[in-house]
Structure formats: structure tokens, C-alpha cells
Design a protein around this ligand. Structure first.
Ligand code: SF4
Ligand code: SF4
Length: 738
């Protein structure tokens, strides 16, 4: 070993020792913080599916690749990082000896080729990512950037390190070429040979370049170890765990959405018959009351801003950004952690758990952080402003887009639960809806004995469950479908089409109450459970003696469809639930309904969040509309898609119980969506949800465009095509009485 190699070896060993010590300390700190969360035993079930999903999502970059160029560039950088780690390891042999290399695989032409290709593509990939970050920088002129609120220096630092390490890899190889110590052929390593042709034959060059590469890599490790909230770097390690422990690992590719988690206390679902607010946790009032998976979520955020770019609240000028919400919770959790780890914290009655001696060593900033209310406005020094919390429509766009499967909607609803159930603190206008749910069983407060009024004048009998036993589908009408004028037209259209196709169905009539969706999304789990238990009992009775496959329900409201199909299982109600567009698509494709009249003027389709993103029903409504547009082959027209459609559809603004809250901040979400729909030039905006219908109709009418554009349910579009002479209800833009 020459004198240069002695120096490079000592320096490499010293900086590596410091970096590894700091990194181990940082990992232990992060584990300690994440372990402060509540138990979530369900996250350890089904490990095989979890492992498979994690491998598919990371190796296949299923979420990132939807972003085209960024996704491809990130894939090469990810693979480059893994290979880079091998090359950094190799550098330790090179600081010791200029001819050093990895044992076993070092020297194999295939290793030289693979590392060369990946290093080249990784260099291109990181160059693309840097260019995208610069182009989308928050300070650019005009427009909001997805990076607004992200810690930009951290992103640039991480990307610069990756680029520098990749470049140093070529420099090391170049010195080996120049000194004739390179074992790989030119065909396998053309870039390294080209670099070598530019470098002098300096024998110590390999070891010096290897030391620089190690120093850059270890500087990166030291910086991230000193910044445990630097998600843009730590996600490289944490993302694997976060995806492995995602809420619904078996769900079809790409979505971390699914049924809302039941309210839990100490890892167990809460039973309201026995629950005691002084002993059981009702929602989340302190950051440590999130589960450990919640704290892992916050730690994993890469600050990429994809969630923010899709959020309807953020895009219409509300204070809510799902990214900023996650970052606020993360920063608060880590700042409060020393207090919690010292034994601090409030019990469920609000009493401090720690003694003064236990907290004596903490600085004032930590103690001040511990006193911050989780929800509170600027004056109260809250971590999350109430306007942020109540702006969410639970549309799921953030969860859908997040490349590391962060579960924003669960966290938002958990915080709402505490505010509603314990603090009774929520937008006052929603109180009427909650009272109506409790007293009348529907959000509008309509008399229960008018639930069947929509059946009047249909020209055929709509059977009730109990009057007939052999029905195939139980038609779940829903509160909107029974009481809201525009939605009643959809209900009548669906019933007419089912009757036309000879489908045997029955309704519950006055036996139906609200599914509980608005109560659950606003955070009132108590009212949700009350309504849901009643419905589960009624439905179980209606289907008594039937096997699972024959407990079929068709619903027109995606919120009911989602709640009955995905969430009633938590209360013992297992049913086969379809949305009416799915059943209608089936009836058309099997020839039981035949569209004959083409729809003219152009049709665009608005995906309801709870049908599309939350349940991945994208094709069926489009198939129905396609068949109606073409009127049984008499025309040749295509559905006109809006720029934001399918997974990236833009919310109408009504979900998450926002339907019953005033929208006082920013631009109205429904107006934004209506402008997009109108920009297509289509005269018909088809919807598959009564709430979307109300919101978009209001938007169209607000723009004074009611004469040019009609908002109408998919079922009504089909009915006009199947039976152009008898479509009941007519134009849905103008409300009519029952
Ligand atoms: S669920 Fe929708 S509205 Fe709520 S934070 Fe996510 S993207 Fe925004
Ligand atoms: S929450 Fe997910 S999508 Fe949003 S910034 Fe963080 S990593 Fe990106």
C-alpha cells in the first residue's frame, strides 16, 4: 500500500465510522418515534400478500409510472441507487488499492456492462429529475407548483449527491482505464473508456477519486442522519416498510384507498355500547394517538407534492394541502417526541402523565411544542388549522397519487372524529344534517313516510321486500334517490330500465335509512354505527336464508354503494353490491336493454370519487354511455373525456360531508369542475352520483349555462336512448317536484 493509499484508507474509514454511528443513532431515534404510535395489529396480517404488493409496487413503480417521464426517470434513479451502493462498496477496495475491486463479481464483463448501463441511465434519470424540480420550483413565475411548501434545498442536495456519485464512478473507472488497470472490455463499458481517454495516467487517481466518492456518499449519510425528517432521502429506506404495511394490500393495483378504518382504541375497534371517553381513545387529539403506521406515514413523505397537485381543495385556493398536512404532523411528531419519550403526555382526562423531574431536562421549545393543540387556529397555535381539517372532501386523490402509500384520508377522519365526538367542534351548518340523521334517518329531514313517493306514476308496480321473496336485486334507493328531486329522476330511470330488462328487484321502502356515509365522513362514528347497525339488521333479514352470492344489492349513490359494499362488513353485513351503471352495462352487453336512439350534442362523463377512485369503477359508466351515444349502431360518436378523468378525476366538492357545509374559502370546487366540463363542448355532462348531480347542476346554473349544458345521470341518458318516447323526468337541470 503506497502513502496515498494509506491516507485515503484512513480518511475513508474515519468519515465512514462517523457517518455510520450517526446513521444508527438516527434510525434508533426514528424507530423510537414511530413506536410512540398506537398499536395496529391488523397491519401484520397476510404477510405474503404484503410482500408481493411491496415488490410489485417498488419494482414496477406502479404509481410513479403514471407520471410518464418522471416515473421512468425515478425508476432508473432507484435502480441506480441500489447499484450505486455496490459501487460505493467497491470504492472501499479502491481506496486501499488502485487495482482493487469487488470480490467474486468484480472483473466479470457482465457486471461491468450492467453497472455501466445503469450508471448511464441513472445519470440521465437524475438529470431529468433535477430539470423537473427546477422547472417546477415554487418561485417560478405564474401558477402553483407541486413543490410549494417542500424543503427545496433537501431535494436539490439529494439529487446533486446522486449525480456526483454517479459521475465519480465514471472518473474512478476512467483512471483505471488510463493506468491500464481496467478489467472490463470497451464494448461493455464504452463511457468509462471514453472518460479514461480524457484522464492522465495518474496511478493514485483511482484511490483519490474513490475517496471523494466515499466522502460524498458519507456526507449524504451524515446530513440525513442529522435531519431525521428529511423524507426526500429517508423514503429510500422507509418506503419499502410503508408499502408493506399499507391498509389494503390485496386491493387492485395502484390504490391505497378502501373502507375507512373503524375507530380504534389501543388497537381494538371501539364498541359504543361499552366505550368510555375517559378510558378509551375517541379519534385523534394528540399526535401520539395516531397508530404507529400513521407516524411511519408522516416519516416517509418524500415532499414530492403529487398529492397536493391533485387535491381539489388546494387547487381551488383552500388552505388544505395533503402534503403540508402530512409535513405539519411529521414535524410536530418529531419535535414533541423528546417530551413523549421522557414519559410525558396527557391521559384521556387531560392530566399530565410525567413528573416534573422526568421533564426537567427538556428545553423550552420541546415543552412548548408539547402544549400545542393538534387542531387549532393560528391564535391557538394549533398544528392543523380547523379550516384545513374541514376543507377535505375525502375524494382520495391524494392517496391515489401518493407513490409511498400514505393514508391521508384515514388521518383526516381520525382527527375529525375527536373534534365531532368529544369537542362538538365542526362547521355549525353541518349540525342540521347530523340532527336530521339522528331524528329522521336522512340528511334532509324528510318524513320517512315519503320514501316511496318516487314510485308514483311509473306505470308499473315497484315491489317491496316482504311482498316478494324471489327478487334478484334489492334496489337500495338511498336518501337522495328518495327525497331529492333530481336524484328521484335517476331512481325512476333505473327502476324503469330494470323493469324493461325484466330484472326482478324489490325495494325496502320505508324500511331504509341513510347508509351513514355523511356521518362517518364528518367524523360522527356514533351516528354512523347507529344507522349502519339498523340497516345491516334490515338487510340481513331481507336476505335471510340466502347464500352470499345471492345477497345482491344495486345502488345508485356511490356513497351508499361504497358504504354497503365495503364498510358494512365491519358490522356483520356482507353483501354483493353493484352500482347501477355496472348493472346497466351488463344488461346492455347481454342484449337485455337495446339503445336505439343516438344521443347528440356530445357527452362527457364526470367520475364520482366514490365510484371511480375509491372503487375503481371506471369502465361500466363509459360502456353505458358509449352504447347510448351510438344508439345501437346508428351513429359513430365517442365520449368526450375531460382533461382530468378516471383516476385523476376532479372532485365535485360534495364528498366528506362537504355537501352539508358552506364553501367559504377560495373558488367553488363545483365551478372549477363545471368549467372543465364545459370546455369539452359537450352538451351533456353525465354523472353517476346524486351529489355530483346536485353540485354540477348548481355550477352550471350559477354560470347561467342551464340552457346550453345539461347535467344528467348515466341511467337517464340510457333510458332516453332505449325508450326515447317515454323517458320519465326529462331534463334534470331544472328541478321539478316529486
Ligand atoms: S382526500 Fe381529496 S380533498 Fe382531502 S386532502 Fe386528499 S386530495 Fe385533498
Ligand atoms: S404525501 Fe405522498 S404524494 Fe404527498 S408529498 Fe408526500 S410522498 Fe408525495
Amino acid at each position: 500500500m503506497g502513502s496515498v493509499q494509506i491516507v485515503t484508507t484512513v480518511l475513508a474509514a474515519a468519515i465512514t465510522a462517523v457517518a455510520v454511528w450517526l446513521a444508527v443513532r438516527a434510525v434508533l431515534k426514528m424507530v423510537a418515534v414511530i413506536r410512540l404510535g398506537q398499536p395496529a395489529p391488523e397491519r401484520f396480517a397476510d404477510k405474503g400478500t404484503r410482500a408481493k404488493t411491496m415488490l410489485v409496487e417498488t419494482a414496477g413503480h406502479t404509481r410513479m409510472l403514471r407520471w410518464g417521464v418522471v416515473g421512468a426517470a425515478h425508476w432508473f434513479v432507484m435502480v441506480g441507487f441500489i447499484v450505486l451502493s455496490l459501487l460505493v462498496l467497491e470504492a472501499y477496495f479502491e481506496v486501499v488499492s488502485p487495482t482493487g475491486g469487488l470480490p467474486l463479481i468484480g472483473g466479470l464483463a457482465v457486471y461491468g456492462l450492467v453497472t455501466e448501463v445503469i450508471a448511464v441511465l441513472g445519470t440521465v434519470g437524475i438529470g431529468v429529475l433535477i430539470a423537473i424540480r427546477v422547472r417546477n420550483r415554487p418561485t417560478r413565475p405564474g401558477g402553483r407548483s407541486r413543490f410549494t411548501g417542500s424543503t427545496m434545498w433537501q431535494g436539490y442536495f439529494v439529487e446533486a449527491v446522486v449525480l456526483a456519485v454517479l459521475v465519480m464512478g465514471f472518473v474512478i473507472r476512467g483512471f483505471k482505464v488510463a493506468t491500464d488497470h481496467f478489467e472490463y472490455p470497451a464494448w461493455a463499458t464504452p463511457v468509462s473508456h471514453a472518460v479514461g481517454a480524457l484522464l492522465p495516467a495518474w496511478p493514485a487517481g483511482v484511490s483519490v477519486a474513490a475517496l471523494i466518492k466515499i466522502a460524498i456518499s458519507m456526507t449524504w449519510l451524515i446530513v440525513i442522519a442529522l435531519n431525521v425528517t428529511m423524507g426526500v432521502a429517508w423514503h429510500r429506506f422507509l418506503a419499502f416498510f410503508n408499502i408493506f404495511f399499507k391498509r389494503e394490500p390485496a386491493r387492485p393495483a395502484g390504490s391505497g384507498l378502501g373502507p375507512l378504518r373503524p375507530m380504534t382504541s389501543n388497537g381494538k375497534p371501539l364498541d359504543f355500547e361499552e366505550a368510555d371517553p375517559e378510558k378509551d381513545q375517541f379519534g385523534v387529539a394528540q399526535v401520539e394517538q395516531f397508530t404507529w403506521k400513521g407516524l411511519l406515514d408522516f416519516s416517509t413523505c418524500t415532499e414530492c407534492g403529487r398529492c397536493q397537485s391533485q387535491c381539489p381543495a388546494w387547487n381551488t385556493g383552500k388552505p388544505l394541502s395533503p402534503k403540508l398536512l402530512v409535513l405539519s404532523l411529521r414535524d410536530h411528531a418529531y419535535a414533541k417526541a423528546p417530551y413523549l419519550l421522557a414519559g410525558g403526555g396527557k391521559d384521556l382526562t387531560g392530566e399530565e402523565k410525567a413528573t416534573a423531574a422526568q421533564l426537567a431536562h427538556l428545553d423550552v421549545l420541546t415543552l412548548a411544542e408539547a402544549e400545542k393543540p393538534l387542531i387549532g387556529d393560528a391564535e391557538a397555535g394549533g398544528v392543523i388549522d380547523p379550516d384545513v381539517l374541514w376543507s377535505c372532501t375525502t375524494c382520495g386523490a391524494c392517496v391515489e397519487q401518493c407513490p409511498v402509500d400514505i393514508e391521508h384520508v384515514d388521518h383526516i377522519v381520525d382527527m375529525r372524529r375527536y373534534q365531532v365526538l368529544i369537542e362538538s367542534s365542526f362547521p355549525s351548518e353541518a349540525g342540521v344534517m347530523l340532527r336530521n340523521l339522528e331524528n329522521k334517518g336522512n340528511p334532509w329531514g324528510a318524513p320517512q313516510n315519503t320514501r316511496e313517493d318516487w314510485t308514483k306514476g311509473l306505470g308499473f308496480e315497484v315491489p317491496r321486500v316482504g311482498e316478494v321473496d324471489d327478487f334478484e336485486y334489492l334496489f337500495w334507493v338511498g336518501c337522495a334517490g328518495a327525497f331529492e328531486d333530481r336524484a328521484k329522476k335517476t331512481t325512476r330511470a333505473v327502476a324503469t330500465l330494470l323493469n324493461e330488462a325484466g330484472v326482478s328487484f324489490a325495494i325496502l321502502g320505508e324500511g331504509e335509512t341513510c347508509s351513514g356515509d355523511p356521518a362517518r365522513r364528518i367524523g360522527n362514528e356514533f351516528v354512523f354505527q347507529m344507522l349502519a347497525q339498523q340497516n345491516v339488521e334490515t338487510l340481513n333479514e331481507a336476505f335471510e336464508g340466502r347464500e352470499q352470492a345471492k345477497r345482491k344489492i344495486v345502488a345508485t349513490c356511490p356513497h351508499c354503494f361504497n358504504t354497503l359494499g365495503n364498510e358494512y362488513g365491519q358490522l356483520g353485513g356482507e353483501f354483493e353490491v353493484v352500482h347501477h351503471t355496472q348493472l346497466l352495462a351488463h344488461l346492455v352487453s347481454t342484449g337485455r336493454l337495446t339503445p336505439v336512439q343516438p344521443v347528440d350534442g356530445g357527452v362527457t362523463y364526470h367520475d364520482p370519487c366514490y365510484l371511480g377512485r375509491h372503487n375503481r369503477v371506471f369502465a361500466a359508466p363509459r360502456e353505458v354511455l358509449g352504447s347510448a351515444l351510438n344508439g345501437g349502431g346508428r351513429a359513430d360518436a365517442d365520449l368526450i373525456e375531460m382533461p382530468r378523468n378516471s383516476e385523476r378525476s376532479f372532485c365535485c366538492g360534495a364528498g366528506g360531508a362537504r355537501m352539508w357545509m358552506e364553501e367559504k374559502i377560495g373558488k367553488r370546487i363545483n365551478v372549477d369542475r363545471v368549467e372543465e366540463a364545459m370546455s369539452t363542448g359537450a352538451r351533456t355532462v353525465a354523472v353517476g352520483c346524486p351529489f355530483c348531480s346536485t353540485m354540477l347542476n348548481d355550477g352550471v346554473n350559477g354560470k347561467g349555462a342551464g340552457e346550453q349544458v345539461e347535467v344528467v345521470d348515466v341511467a337517464s341518458v340510457l333510458l332516453r336512448s332505449v325508450r326515447p318516447d317515454t323517458a320519465p323526468g326529462g331534463k334534470e337541470t331544472a328541478p321539478t317536484a316529486g
